[in-house]
Ligand binder design. Structure first.
Ligand SMILES: NCc1[nH]cc(CCC(=O)O)c1CC(=O)O
Length: 309
């Protein structure tokens, strides 16, 4: 049993803090003391440019990784979808907490009478900074004006309420964790709408050689979550997509078919999309992601991706 507190690194946004506190609470339930160490990362400081235009890797993670490797913190907590698919040298995802709702959600400002994407007024301004959300929106509703909307969840909602945009797309998980579920007017369901690979899962990173930490934290790992996000992220990695490529994915439990990985590759303007599904092998979920990636490439996904790059 560890007696010195486990030092948990986290970004200082409200959502990041709540996620880190969730890890701390699970450790506490196992009799393990911990403390939070807060960081403001490069991605938190640059707010005047679209994320897709900054183009630096690990915008929200680099400072924490450096301190993890240097031994200044014992683990780091992130939304899994913000982590690049390849683990940094010497760092692994020690635990994945049980996934929150993985769907994207629609929020609207007061005065906009809509309860779905379909019922948004013609030409409405919809905020997002995600190319994946932008592309899928344009595919469904080419009349909408997609606007860049940056900042943490609270900032985005404030900009919405101030009228910079009429509606916004956000991760349901983030809104739920912040106690803002009442702002959601519609959940966008898979497989018609696909959110980011790994969305809704909280990842705890540790040093690969930290045996004591690994044995303490491995009991926090939620097996079904790990199966699902491993398949989704293997697909993303096989398509060489980071967060800058319009690729959506979701593992669904389907009563008739079992566990199915669904994915889509969409062109930036939404004019073409290639989608598909493939069964998930629980013993080797990554193989399912790699196979579906191959199929999507062959079905026209390679063409869409080459036009984006
Ligand atoms: N890109 C920022 C980000 N990273 C993780 C979440 C939400 C929480 C999650 O996906 O687990 C969000 C907010 C959003 O996309 O609206």
């Amino acid at each position: 049993m560890m007696t010195v507190p486990v030092r948990i690194g986290t970004r200082s946004s409200e959502l990041a803090l709540r996620q880190a506190r969730q890890v701390a609470a699970q450790l506490d339930a196992r009799g393990v003391p911990s403390e939070l160490v807060e960081y403001t990362t490069l991605g938190d400081r640059i707010l005047d440019r679209p994320l897709s235009a900054i183009g630096e890797k690990g915008l929200f993670t680099a400072e924490l990784e450096a301190d993890l490797l240097a031994g200044r913190i014992d683990c780091a907590v992130h939304s899994l979808k913000d982590l690049p698919t390849a683990d940094p040298q010497g760092i692994i995802v020690v635990a994945l907490l049980e996934r929150e709702d993985p769907r994207d959600a629609l929020v609207v400002r007061a005065g906009v009478d809509a309860h779905s994407l379909d019922t948004l007024p013609e030409g409405a301004r919809v905020g997002t900074s995600s190319l994946r959300r932008r592309a899928q929106l344009q595919a469904l509703r080419s009349d909408l004006e997609v606007c860049e909307l940056r900042g943490n969840v609270g900032t985005r909602l404030r900009k919405l309420d101030e009228g910079q945009v009429d509606a916004a797309l956000l991760a349901a998980a983030g809104l739920h964790r912040l106690g803002l579920a009442d702002r959601i007017v519609a959940y966008l369901d898979a497989p018609e709408w696909l959110s980011a690979p790994g969305q809704g899962a909280i990842a705890v990173q540790g040093r690969a050689d930290d045996e004591a930490l690994l044995s303490t934290l491995s009991s926090l790992d939620h097996a079904p979550t790990r199966v699902a996000v491993t398949a989704e992220r293997a697909l993303l990695a096989a398509l060489e997509g980071g967060c800058q490529v319009p690729i959506g994915a979701a593992v669904l439990e389907e009563p008739e078919y079992g566990t199915i990985l669904h994915a889509v590759i969409v062109s930036l303007d939404g004019s073409s999309a290639v989608r598909g599904g493939y069964p998930v092998d629980h013993a080797n979920p990554a193989a399912s992601g790699i196979e579906l990636a191959r199929q999507l490439r062959a079905a026209g996904g390679a063409q869409i991706l080459s036009e984006i790059r």
